[in-house]
Design a protein around this ligand. Structure first.
Ligand code: NAP
Length: 265
């Protein structure tokens, strides 16, 4: 069975990589793209995109009304992704949201709509399988090491900080970590922000530099020992196996799922 896919954000770094992945898969068919410019054009009209007669729509509702699709992939910006995901669910097209930075409230709205319309929806802040395993290992380690700091490093065009993956890691750690305010009780920052963001007494540090893609270290400290769990995505291809897996999985889902780890077997 062929799975018809729509991709939003085709000119973006992730979107263009997703186009390659979808068009290289024999059981996927790229049927349309959603962009905020280039309405009425096709992919082959856009410099740097594949020579394909795939139509581009600026209005997502028009896209869903004219194009029959099974899955909608969003790799844009959080504000657009949230609106796109709602519209996709309302048209019973299963959204896969790779865009990071959706708020807890927005995730809850999507969960509710998915439930009402009985349509699968996958939101994952990180589609790299190695990164998902890193988070699971961090959750395991936190049971034994309640002192933990997260350092996430990304390219300097990233809009949100801390990264969705760092927040997700902290949430998973919270499930096993004994609640603790870390560091010296009288600790003071002589420069604001020196200790990074704080979540439940844990600290999260965000590095933004050109040349980086997506990297994270979770550092645990105990008496006389440290443990570092580290993952690096060196290019955007590293996210595509997870997106491919999610496409095949979401077809058989009728509810909202947050996190790739919840669909990996
Ligand atoms: P990017 O290169 O900046 O691409 C974003 C694209 O979205 C751009 O082409 C942009 O168009 C387009 N866009 C902006 N607003 C839009 C709208 N309203 N409707 C349609 N398209 C719109 O960014 P990227 O590196 O590809 O990343 C995209 C998203 O994926 C980010 O949220 C990033 O954090 C996330 N990400 C997720 C994962 C994961 O595994 N889940 C991995 C890497 C990245 P303009 O150029 O016109 O602004």
């Amino acid at each position: 069975m062929s799975i018809n896919v729509i991709i939003a954000g085709p000119r973006g770094k992730m979107g263009s990589e997703a186009i390659q992945m979808v068009t290289n898969e024999p059981n996927f068919e790229l049927v349309a793209c959603v962009d905020r410019i280039n309405n009425g054009k096709t992919l082959q009209d856009i410099d740097g995109l594949p020579d394909l007669a795939v139509p581009i729509f600026e209005d997502i509702n028009e896209c869903f009304e004219k194009i029959q699709a099974d899955v909608f992939i969003d790799l844009t910006v959080p504000k657009a992704a949230f609106e796109h995901a709602k519209q996709a669910l309302n048209h019973q097209v299963r959204p896969i949201i790779g865009t990071s930075g959706l708020t807890d409230e927005q995730l809850e709205v999507l969960r509710q709509i998915a439930k009402e319309v009985k349509t699968g929806c996958v939101v994952a802040p990180n589609f790299a399988v190695g990164a998902v395993l890193m988070m699971q290992f961090a959750k395991m380690a936190a049971k034994h090491f309640p002192d933990v700091e997260i350092i996430e490093k990304h390219h300097d065009q990233k809009l949100d900080a801390p990264s969705g993956s760092a927040v997700k890691t902290a949430q998973l750690i919270k499930e096993t970590r004994e609640a603790k305010h870390q560091g010296h009780p009288k600790e003071e920052e002589t420069i604001a922000g020196a200790r990074g963001a704080e979540m439940d007494g844990m600290h999260i540090h965000s590095v933004r530099l050109p040349g980086l893609v997506a990297h994270q270290e979770v550092l645990f400290g105990g008496s006389g020992q440290t443990l570092t769990i580290k993952h690096d995505s060196y290019n955007r291809e590293s996210f595509m196996a997870g997106i491919k897996f999610a496409i095949n999985k979401v077809i058989n889902l009728d509810e909202f799922v947050y996190g790739l780890e919840n669909i990996l077997e």
